[in-house]
Ligand binder design. Structure first.
Ligand code: F0G
Length: 474
C-alpha cells in the first residue's frame, strides 16, 4: 500500500530540481489584463497567470528519466531505436499487436473514424469528448452519448459515474445492428462527464454486448491509469490487484484504443491508435503516411517517442496515483466543506464547480460559468475553463438567440506533477474568496464570437460597462 496510512499530509512523490518562476501579479493589474482579453482567459498571456488550471493536457512536468530519454532519442527517419522502445512499451501495457503513432489524440481519432465510420453510421460512447465528437461528425457519423443515469445529477455521489448505460447500449445495438453502428467507444475517464471513472465490469459488459452484435469496441484511453486507480479503490474484488493487471483486463476487453499521450503519459506531445485487426491497421497506416508521417514515427520526433515510452511506465506507479487522486480529492473536499457547489464526486484530473448553483442570481444566458472563470482570475490569477453555455450553447444565426447548455460548469484541471500542495491551498483560498463575494459577481454577455468552437476566441463584456459607455455617448 502506498504511504503509511497514519499520515494525513499529502506528499508529492518527487523532488524538484528545476524550477520555472511564476510572475506575481496584483489584483488591479489582473482587472485590466482581463478586460483587455475580453474576459476570456484563453486570450490571456500565460505569463500573466499565477496558477494555470486551463487543462491537464500537454502540461505535465517530465521526470529525469523522461529527459534522459529525450537525449537518447533516435531521430532516424525509419525504424529508429526509439520507435521500437515506444511500440514494445505500448504492446506490453495495452496488449495490442498494431500500434500507430500520431502527434496527439485527435489525429488518432481522425484515423480511426476515417477508417471505420461510413456516412450515417452511429458511434456510441459514454460521453464523446468534443474533439472525438467533431471527428465522428467529420467522418459523416452520428455521435451518440449513453451516460449512465446516475451521472445526470451533478449533486449526487456515485463511485462510477463514467459507466455507460448498458440498457440503452443493448437497445441501440439491437435496433441498428452492425450495419448501423460503426463502433462502440468508452472514454476513460469520462472527461465531459466530470473526469468520472467506469467500472471494469461495465467496460467488459459493454465489450461483450458489442462483440455479440459484431460491432468493434474501442477505448478512448487518455486517462486510463487514473481510471484503473479508481477501480482498485472502489470496485468490488479489485482492491488487492495491481494497476498493470487491472489495465491489462480493461484493454483485453477491447478491439483497440485511441490515446493522447498529453494526459496519462506525462508527455507534452504525442499519441497513438492501436488495434488487433490487421486490415484496419493497414488502412490506417496508409492514411498515416499521407497525413502524419512514416509509420515508425507518425507525428512524433524520436525524442517524443522516448518520453512517452518512459511516461507510460511511470504513470502506473501506485505512489504517484495515490498522490494524484488524493490531491484532487483534497481540493474537492476543502471546497465542499466551504459550501461551494461542486459536481460530485471529485474527478481524477479535475474539480468541477457548478456555476449555476454558485451564482443563482445569474440566468444561464448571463453566462454564470464564464463570469465565475473571470472572477477567479481577477481574485487569484487562477486560469480555469468554462464547460457550459459558452462551450456547448448554441446561437441562432438568424435571430441571435442563445440556447443555453444543460449545465454551466467551471473545470479546474490539475496538470500532472506541476503544482505543489501549497499551490492547491492557494487555489482553494481563491475559490473560497470568490464564493464569499458571489453576490457581487456581474453577468457577462458576448461581444463577438465565431461560428465554430467559439469558446476559444469569443470576447465578452459586462452589460454594466456597456450601459455606462452608451450613456456617455448619448
Ligand atoms: N479524448 C479525451 C477524453 C480528451 O480529454 C482529449 C483532450 C482528447 C481525446 C483529444 O486529445 O488534445 O491530444 O488531441 N482533452 C484536452 C482537455 C484538450 O483539456 O481536456 P488531444
Amino acid at each position: 500500500m502506498p504511504l503509511d496510512g497514519s499520515f494525513r499530509t499529502i506528499i508529492e512523490p518527487f523532488r524538484i530540481k528545476m524550477v520555472e518562476p511564476i510572475r506575481m501579479t496584483r489584483r488591479a493589474e489582473r482587472r485590466v489584463l482581463l478586460a483587455e482579453a475580453g474576459y476570456n482567459p484563453f486570450l490571456l498571456r500565460a505569463e500573466d497567470i499565477l496558477i494555470d488550471l486551463l487543462t491537464d493536457s500537454g502540461t505535465s512536468a517530465m521526470s529525469q528519466e523522461q529527459w534522459a530519454g529525450m537525449m537518447r532519442g533516435d531521430e532516424s527517419y525509419a525504424c529508429a531505436r526509439s520507435w521500437y522502445r515506444f511500440r514494445d512499451t505500448v504492446e506490453r501495457i495495452f496488449g495490442f499487436e498494431h500500434v500507430i503513432p500520431t502527434h496527439q489524440g485527435r489525429a488518432a481519432e481522425a484515423l480511426l473514424f476515417g477508417t471505420l465510420v461510413r456516412p450515417g453510421q452511429r458511434v456510441l460512447n459514454n460521453h464523446h469528448f468534443d474533439t472525438t465528437r467533431a471527428n465522428v461528425e467529420s467522418s459523416g457519423g452520428l455521435p451518440i452519448d449513453l451516460p449512465c443515469p446516475e451521472s445526470i445529477d451533478p449533486a449526487t455521489d456515485h463511485p462510477f459515474k463514467g459507466d455507460i448505460d448498458l440498457e440503452r447500449l443493448a437497445q441501440e445495438l439491437k435496433e441498428h445492428g452492425s450495419s448501423g453502428v460503426a463502433l462502440v467507444m468508452m472514454t476513460l475517464t469520462d472527461n465531459t462527464g466530470g473526469g468520472q471513472p467506469a467500472r471494469l465490469a461495465n467496460v467488459q459488459a459493454a465489450a461483450e454486448l458489442s462483440r455479440s452484435h459484431g460491432v468493434p469496441f474501442y477505448l478512448d484511453a487518455c486517462r486510463f491509469a487514473e481510471n484503473a486507480w479508481f477501480i482498485k479503490l472502489r470496485e468490488d474484488g479489485q482492491g488487492d490487484r495491481t494497476i498493470p493487471a487491472i489495465v491489462s483486463d480493461l484493454f483485453a476487453a477491447a478491439d483497440g484504443c485511441t490515446f493522447s499521450a498529453k494526459k496519462d503519459a506525462f508527455a507534452n506531445m504525442g499519441g497513438f491508435v492501436a488495434m488487433r485487426d490487421s486490415s484496419v491497421a493497414r488502412t490506417e497506416r496508409n492514411r498515416l503516411i499521407l497525413t502524419e508521417g512514416f509509420p515508425t514515427y507518425g507525428g512524433m520526433a524520436g525524442r517524443d517517442l522516448e518520453a512517452v515510452a518512459v511516461g507510460l511506465e511511470e504513470i502506473l506507479d501506485e505512489d504517484y496515483l495515490h498522490y494524484r487522486i488524493a490531491s484532487t480529492s483534497y481540493v474537492h473536499r476543502s471546497l465542499d466543506s466551504a459550501g461551494v457547489p461542486l459536481l460530485r464526486p471529485a474527478g481524477g484530473h479535475a474539480v468541477y464547480l457548478d456555476a449555476r448553483r454558485c451564482l443563482p442570481h445569474l440566468e444561464p444566458r448571463q453566462l454564470p460559468g464564464q463570469a465565475l472563470v473571470a472572477a477567479l482570475y481577477e481574485e487569484g490569477g487562477v486560469r480555469s475553463c468554462e464547460i457550459g453555455t459558452v462551450m456547448f450553447g448554441r446561437r441562432n444565426p438568424q435571430t441571435g438567440e442563445e440556447t443555453p447548455a444543460d449545465r454551466d460548469l467551471v473545470r479546474l484541471a490539475i496538470p500532472r506533477r506541476v503544482y505543489t500542495q501549497s499551490h492547491m491551498d492557494f487555489v482553494i483560498e481563491a475559490v473560497r474568496r470568490v464564493y464569499e463575494q458571489r453576490d457581487a459577481i456581474e453577468p457577462l454577455e458576448f461581444e463577438s464570437q465565431e461560428p465554430v468552437l467559439r469558446h476559444f476566441t469569443a470576447r465578452f463584456r459586462r452589460p454594466s460597462s456597456r450601459a455606462a459607455l452608451e450613456a456617455e455617448v448619448s
